[in-house]
Design a protein around this ligand. Structure first.
Ligand SMILES: Cc1ncc(COP(=O)(O)O)c(C=O)c1O
Length: 344
């Protein structure tokens, strides 16, 4: 149960590396990755590219950096990228599209992360550079964090990808939790990633590696990404130590995500029976559970929960997020439900 008695539902980023990861890290063969001769990093990148069905991949320190590098190359200064209005890229990445890419992010409404084709059509701009920055890319997020780990249907992804092909623009997928989407849909991650030009995914979330993300795409794009990563300060040296944990994450930790999804459902069903909480358990598809408090303030709720040894995250003025992961078991879920019933 929990880690040191604390049931930490704040995020799947809190997962500690497994014993096997720690051993692999200890034994990792390393080199200087900025000189591109760390064999463990190269092995991780090769594996990542293969799993995404792309030509190449690059190990980056964070998901935020992976997304920023992709848009820096695909969009660039003075252009526009279409983003979903609640997306991580638009809301939670320190304004990097504006600050680092120098582009205009155009936020679009969606149906739980899926942007209707007519909305994409209406918001696509070309030509007339003097007043309107032309659209150069579309960024999607799968699974979608704000929408409670919602999975984008393969059909909607295919339509969006076809749209970008027709317009000659780039589709970047923020697939921080692409393996959760793959497990939920019973497909391989590459079946999702095929509807993108580039895809970023994290090994430091549900897959439990301590640090890192990968950006995958065409070989030439990844070669440019190496140079952008360096000027953003993301060139790491004997980073095979971290890549070794990433290899364990990708080979051993994917299938168990189904356990997190089952527990998320159980938690959501339990929550739906508690007065003062609003949630539709049918909307919980992966490992993220978001609910609304109708009878008390979020800070007081979180404080009360903390006293009971349960951590959750405030997600706006009335919403709370709880995320299931490797370090949360059935007992943690039961403990959380008991604590929440008492507090609310
Ligand atoms: C959907 C999504 N994209 C990107 C990121 C960014 O990852 P990082 O925290 O490694 O920068 C996160 C992190 O929570 C995320 O949830």
């Amino acid at each position: 149960m929990g880690y040191r008695g604390i049931s930490d539902f704040r995020s799947d980023t809190v997962t500690r590396p497994t014993e096997e990861m720690r051993k692999a890290m200890y034994e990792a063969e390393v080199g200087d990755d900025v000189m591109r001769d760390d064999p463990t990093v190269l092995r991780l990148e090769e594996l990542a590219a293969e799993l995404m069905g792309k030509e190449a991949a690059l190990f980056v320190p964070s998901g935020t950096m992976g997304n920023t590098i992709a848009l820096k190359i695909a969009v660039g200064e003075g252009y526009e990228v279409l983003v979903e209005e609640k997306s991580h890229i638009y809301n939670f990445e320190s304004g990097n599209v504006a600050r680092i890419v120098g582009a205009l992010p155009r936020p679009l409404p969606s149906n739980r992360g899926e942007i209707p084709l007519e909305v994409l059509e209406e918001n696509f701009h070309i030509g007339e550079r003097v007043h309107v920055p032309p659209t150069r890319a579309l960024a999607l997020e799968d699974t979608h964090n704000y929408w409670g780990g919602a999975v984008l249907s393969l059909d909607s992804l295919e339509k969006a990808y076809r749209f970008t092909r027709e317009k000659g623009i780039h589709l970047h997928l923020d697939g921080a939790r692409i393996f959760n989407a793959a497990i939920a849909q019973g497909v391989e991650a590459k079946e999702i990633a095929r509807y993108s030009d580039t895809v970023m995914f994290c090994i430091s979330k549900g897959l439990s590696a301590p640090v890192g993300s990968l950006l995958a795409g065409p070989k030439e794009f990844i070669e440019q990404a190496i140079s952008v990563r360096k000027y953003l300060g993301g060139g790491m040296r004997q980073v095979g130590i971290l890549a070794a944990a990433g290899i364990v994450a990708l080979t051993k930790m994917v299938d168990r995500l189904a356990e997190d999804h089952a527990r998320a459902k159980k938690l959501a069903q339990g929550l739906s029976g508690i007065k003062g909480i609003e949630i539709n358990p049918d909307e919980v598809q992966t490992n993220i559970v978001i609910f609304k408090l109708t009878s008390m303030e979020v800070p007081r709720f979180l404080e009360g929960l903390k006293k009971e040894g349960v951590l959750a995250l405030g997600f706006g003025p009335s919403r709370v997020r709880m995320v299931l992961h490797k370090d949360i078991d059935d007992q943690d879920v039961e403990k959380a439900l008991r604590a929440i019933s008492r507090i609310v």
